[in-house]
Design a protein around this ligand. Structure first.
Ligand SMILES: Cc1cc2nc3c(=O)[nH]c(=O)nc-3n(C[C@H](O)[C@H](O)[C@H](O)COP(=O)(O)OP(=O)(O)OC[C@H]3O[C@@H](n4cnc5c(N)ncnc54)[C@H](O)[C@@H]3O)c2cc1C
Length: 264
């Protein structure tokens, strides 16, 4: 249980307060969740931190402050439609009013609402350094463990992108077994997903298969995922290993069809 709460008013104050035993708190929906792994001695609240809650558009990109709540994302006219769709995966409006985009990214959950979409569009994070500097990293780098624990200042994404997403859960409020997003760029399809209890995955083999043969059959995709040794799915309360692999395959196939306009 935390012993101290620091209310940071600036990014510099927040970063200066971040020692090994301290953690940032944004909306608090994950930090204060019953069963949360957070056991920090010191909480650094970002609620009063200036400059972290704006959404702005410039030259075809939208920059979203890390303290923007899911509800702000839903309501802002500047939010690209594909991100609004992902924000609405959080079905509870009460939670949307508290939870932030920065908190969602930093939580790195294997059922993340937003990360698959942000990865599919190649979101760029602005990170605050201890010395007052800031640097920008791709979200894939962050997911790989770079800069985890540092303060996320903002997230930049394209205003326009062809993106489709799909989330599977028993009810709108339940944890999702799979959330997957795909986007289409000049290089071809980008496919990313959150697989419950497995992790945040970039499906590069599937991307290559679709890029090499846009008319590849669903059966081939199912077989590819079924026999993939690099995918560490397992049986658990969310479904069998076989079921998860099947779901990943048919979803990837379906998203590709939707993006390329080849739906049956
Ligand atoms: C019942 C319940 C169900 C949930 N289901 C899901 C789910 O299905 N999918 C899902 O993704 N989440 C789920 N969550 C978790 C949570 O609601 C979301 O991940 C939310 O977006 C976290 O945002 P927050 O602002 O509340 O983060 P907080 O709880 O404030 O912080 C979460 C983590 O992010 C860090 N952090 C916060 N802001 C920053 C920042 N700017 N820079 C660096 N680090 C930062 C904190 O230190 C902490 O480690 C659930 C929570 C509850 C209570």
């Amino acid at each position: 249980m935390a012993r101290e709460l620091i209310i940071a008013k600036t990014v510099a104050e927040a970063v200066a307060a971040k020692t090994g035993s301290a953690t940032f708190v944004a909306g608090g929906t994950e930090v204060n969740r019953l069963g949360s792994p957070n056991d920090a001695d010191v909480l650094i609240s970002l609620k009063r931190c200036s400059g972290l809650s704006d959404i702005s558009t410039d030259s075809g990109y939208v920059t979203i402050g890390s303290m923007c709540t899911f509800q702000q994302l839903v309501e802002s006219a500047e939010t690209p439609e594909y991100l609004r769709e992902a924000a609405l995966f959080m079905a509870s409006r009460t939670k949307r009013n508290m939870a932030t985009i920065g908190g969602n990214i930093a939580s790195l959950r294997s059922d993340s609402y937003l990360i698959p979409t942000l990865m599919a569009v190649g979101a760029v994070l602005e990170m605050a350094g201890k010395d007052g500097s800031s640097n920008r990293i791709g979200i894939a780098e962050y997911v790989d463990g770079n800069e985890v624990g540092s303060l996320i200042v903002s997230v930049t994404i394209p205003s326009e992108a062809k993106v489709v997403s799909k989330r599977y859960a028993n009810t709108a409020q339940s944890h999702a077994v799979l959330t997957m997003s795909a986007s289409l760029s000049e290089e071809g399809i980008w496919l990313d997903g959150a697989v419950k209890n497995v992790g945040l995955l970039h499906f590069c083999d599937l991307e290559k298969a679709f890029r090499d043969d846009p008319d590849i059959s669903e059966e081939k995709i199912i077989e590819m995922v079924r026999s993939c040794t690099g995918l560490h799915t397992a049986d658990d309360m969310f479904g069998s290993d076989e079921y998860k692999r099947y779901l990943i395959a048919v979803t990837a196939y379906d998203l590709h069809k939707r993006l390329t306009g080849k739906e049956a």
